[in-house]
Design a protein around this ligand. Structure first.
Ligand SMILES: *[C@@H]1O[C@H](CO)[C@@H](O)[C@H](O)[C@H]1NC(C)=O
Ligand SMILES: *[C@@H]1O[C@H](CO)[C@@H](O)[C@H](O)[C@H]1NC(C)=O
Ligand SMILES: *[C@@H]1O[C@H](CO)[C@@H](O)[C@H](O)[C@H]1NC(C)=O
Ligand SMILES: *[C@@H]1O[C@H](CO)[C@@H](O)[C@H](O)[C@H]1NC(C)=O
Ligand SMILES: *[C@@H]1O[C@H](CO)[C@@H](O)[C@H](O)[C@H]1NC(C)=O
Ligand SMILES: *[C@@H]1O[C@H](CO)[C@@H](O)[C@H](O)[C@H]1NC(C)=O
Length: 408
């Protein structure tokens, strides 16, 4: 008791602590948008230039969104699927004789069962005409949960309910029209709320900057023409984009997909000079917003591929198909013949004994007709033996060579 009083006394002496604001409250002014309000503190000296400092804490994490203002309210976004705490205190500006008040705070607790809010919300703004948003049910929500999407942006009097739903492989989607006058260059953030009729399903809010979500439509009416050896490509301008707000990519190849070339163009036409006249060329085009107009990096889908020219190289190819195997076959034959000759040179054929005999007999018959038959028979035997020995020398091991010597 005593110490408390003393501390209070000391602090009030050291610096005058300001009284805090009171009656802190909030109200929804739109889906996902809150107006936090409070009343000023009492008995603040007229010398104090009073202002309020406020901050936001989400799921116990300070958001570093401190703001100072003289007004008695602050408007913020809310996400609804997390606890949001709002804190405010009074301060005397340019006054170091009084301490800021203590913080007063109030919190907005999430409703419904944890893990039932829609997740993976993603939106694409197609051709500046309509928004397509997709999401999945939360892990604790049944897969047939009927989430409803609402949207609102500054300039729209009341929030709208999306009505064109789709479901594909567990991913829910909804499409709604979204367009602004063509002259507009700044776009309001789109607030999106996804919730269910059921109290158990936790609602979730998101704020989307539409300029980052722009996806142009596929370029239409891609037309090809060929003059001399130059191919001209052109396509229709977009109806929905302001002039000079799209850049295009033209991809082309001549049959071989690996050699696809991509050129970037700012106009709705281009040309490819000095193409191979005997080739068929295929083209496709896609668009992307210019960074000067929109900060989206999304590309349109590619247009359907269109081709020009004929592949006149067919005769040439047929020729190739016939000549290649022919050349291979001929060279194989040449090689074989050559190898055979080479073999003769390296490994001379083993002489046939009968051939030699025939030759010898022929000679003998010519030289000495009177030679005895016995002698000729002996000579024949000897010759055969010699031949055998010779072949042995050629083919057998040295042992045989020894035996040959013994025989001799
Ligand atoms: C927020 O509420 C205060 C007090 O009711 C009001 O004066 C103020 O205009 C509101 N702000 C907005 C943006 O509606
Ligand atoms: C404000 O001052 C008046 C008169 O000086 C006093 O009656 C009142 O209790 C004070 N209020 C607060 C909240 O201190
Ligand atoms: C208060 O601020 C003034 C000028 O801003 C300075 O001269 C003075 O020393 C400060 N007093 C204290 C107690 O900090
Ligand atoms: C789903 O529910 C379980 C049990 O109530 C809870 O532990 C879990 O954290 C929930 N999932 C999410 C993503 O909140
Ligand atoms: C969602 O709607 C469909 C058709 O209206 C219904 O069959 C289904 O039960 C609903 N899902 C839930 C979780 O209520
Ligand atoms: C709903 O969206 C589809 C495209 O997914 C579209 O073809 C259809 O016209 C839309 N229906 C309405 C009523 O807008």
């Amino acid at each position: 008791m005593w110490t408390n009083r003393i501390v209070t006394l000391i602090t009030s002496l050291a610096a005058k602590v300001l009284p805090p604001p009171s009656n802190l409250d909030y109200s929804f002014i739109q889906i996902c948008t809150l107006n936090w309000t409070w009343t000023p503190p009492e008995n603040v000296s007229s010398s104090c230039d009073l202002e309020y400092s406020s901050d936001i804490v989400i799921d116990e994490v300070p958001q570093d969104k401190r703001e100072w203002s003289k007004s008695r309210f602050r408007v913020t976004d809310t996400f609804l699927n997390e606890e949001m705490r709002f804190q405010v205190r009074s301060e005397c500006k340019h006054d170091n004789t009084s301490e800021p008040s203590q913080w007063v705070e109030t919190s907005l607790l999430p409703k419904g069962i944890p893990g039932t809010a829609a997740v993976d919300l993603s939106c694409v703004w197609h051709n500046l005409e309509y928004m397509v948003c997709t999401w999945r049910p939360g892990e604790n929500a049944s897969s047939d949960t009927n989430y409803t999407l609402f949207y609102w942006f500054d300039g729209l009097e009341n929030h709208e309910k999306c009505s064109n739903y789709s479901m594909h492989q567990g991913i829910s989607g909804c499409i709604f029209d979204l367009s602004f006058p063509k002259v507009t260059s700044t776009f309001p953030a789109i607030r999106i709320l996804i919730k269910d009729e059921s109290e158990e399903i936790r609602p979730v809010c998101a704020s989307k900057n539409p300029t980052t979500l722009v996806k142009p439509a596929t370029p239409r009416q891609v037309a090809l023409s060929k003059i001399n050896d130059e191919i001209y490509v052109k396509w229709n301008e977009s109806d929905t984009f302001p002039e000079n707000c799209l850049v295009y990519e033209v991809a082309y190849h001549n049959g071989d997909l690996d050699t696809t070339q991509i050129i970037k163009v700012e106009n709705t036409y281009t040309s490819i000079p000095s193409v191979d006249p005997n080739r068929k060329y295929s083209f496709k085009v896609r668009a992307t917003p210019k960074p000067e107009c929109y900060s989206s990096k999304l590309y349109s889908d590619w247009s359907e591929e269109k081709s020009i020219g004929e592949n006149n190289y067919s005769a040439f190819y047929v020729g190739l198909i016939i000549t290649i195997p022919l050349v291979v076959a001929v060279s194989m034959i040449i090689l074989l013949v050559y190898l055979k000759r080479l073999k003769i040179l390296i490994l001379p054929p083993i002489p046939d004994p009968r051939e030699i005999l025939k030759r010898m007999f022929g000679e003998q018959n010519e030289d000495s007709q009177s030679c005895a038959k016995d002698d000729s028979v002996n000579a024949y035997d000897r010759l055969i033996k010699e031949e055998e020995i010779h072949s042995l020398i050629l083919t057998e091991t040295p042992e045989c060579a020894n035996s040959e010597q013994e025989k001799r």
